[in-house]
Ligand binder design. Structure first.
Ligand SMILES: [Zn+2]
Length: 292
């Protein structure tokens, strides 16, 4: 799933490629992805893209004041196309293509654009067309952005307050902090040397300061690594830059211990016991079932 660093890079990429261009049309293939009906999708035709913003994991294309807001969800992605003039018309079907944004041809006659795709059977990708992006429910509910200057250690301490949830879940909660998902919460907790199951309210001020530092550094470094990469290269970069996420069984490059996993119904977390839990293995339901 694209998280803050990848969406930030996609926004940067689109600022360079798409701003100033006129939209020829937007074809929505996966009808269930379109969450708004007024204004209609045809209203985007003929408008010029004037800016690109990111809100948490949402991508927001400002088209002369009308906004195309996109959430790529778990298996969604954005694919830039240098020339869509020869592309086949899109038909609703079972393929991964969810929507296609066609842009006006440039001086060389190439008509670029981009496609939103979503793999798998769980279709969660969401598209909104609105005059006010703050009216998109997921955007309206977002907590502070960790790359914003106002996100200080003190701000994090206030957010955590007496929160009794486990820190892993708290980091992923978009209403608490915007933009962090399953992958970067694993990475942040590894950098902060903290157990994912630690209850937020039990953190000392010093631990909150460490956690704040880990959040900001992990995300900044990921944004920097992804900076300037083409949209198609972002996925590979995200994977290669991760220290613990999806690396169960491999060795921790900080301490050499084996990275472990805890699995849940539809996701899993990874951690390093030596770095994060004083060597203790966290209970894994799937593993204990297998051992019975
Ligand atoms: Zn380690």
């Amino acid at each position: 799933m694209p998280e803050l660093p990848e969406v930030e890079s996609l926004a940067h990429f689109l600022r360079e490629r798409a701003v100033g261009r006129t939209i020829l049309g937007v074809d929505v293939v996966a009808i269930q992805a379109l969450k708004t009906f007024d204004p209609p999708v045809t209203a985007l035709g003929g408008l010029t893209i004037t800016g690109v913003a990111r809100h948490g994991k949402f991508l927001d294309l400002d088209c002369d004041g009308l906004h195309l807001v996109m959430h790529l969800a778990r298996a969604g992605w954005l694919r830039w196309r240098d020339d869509l003039s020869g592309a086949k018309p899109v038909r609703p079907g079972k393929g991964p293509l969810a929507a296609r944004v066609r842009l006006a041809p440039d001086d060389e006659g190439l008509a670029p654009g981009f496609e939103l795709t979503e793999a798998g059977t769980q279709k969660r990708l969401a598209i909104y067309i609105t005059k006010n992006p703050d009216e998109v429910p997921g955007v309206a509910a977002l907590g502070p952005d960790p790359l914003d200057e106002s996100f200080t250690a003190d701000a994090l301490r206030r957010i955590i307050g007496g929160n009794r949830t486990q820190i892993k879940g708290l980091l992923r909660d978009q209403k608490v902090i915007a933009g962090i998902g399953n992958a970067y919460s694993d990475e942040v907790l590894h950098a902060a040397r903290m157990s994912p199951f630690k209850v937020a309210a039990t953190l000392t001020d010093a631990q909150i300061a460490d956690l704040h530092e880990a959040i900001v550094t992990t995300l900044r470094e990921a944004v920097e690594r992804a900076h300037g990469l083409a949209a198609k290269d972002l996925k590979a970069e995200k994977k290669s830059g991760l220290r613990v996420h999806n690396r169960a069984g491999q060795l921790c490059d900080v301490c050499g211990d084996t990275i472990r996993e805890v699995s849940f119904a539809d996701s899993a977390l990874q951690y390093c016991p030596t770095c994060q839990t004083a060597g203790k293995l966290l209970a894994d339901r799937r593993l204990s079932r297998l051992l019975k």
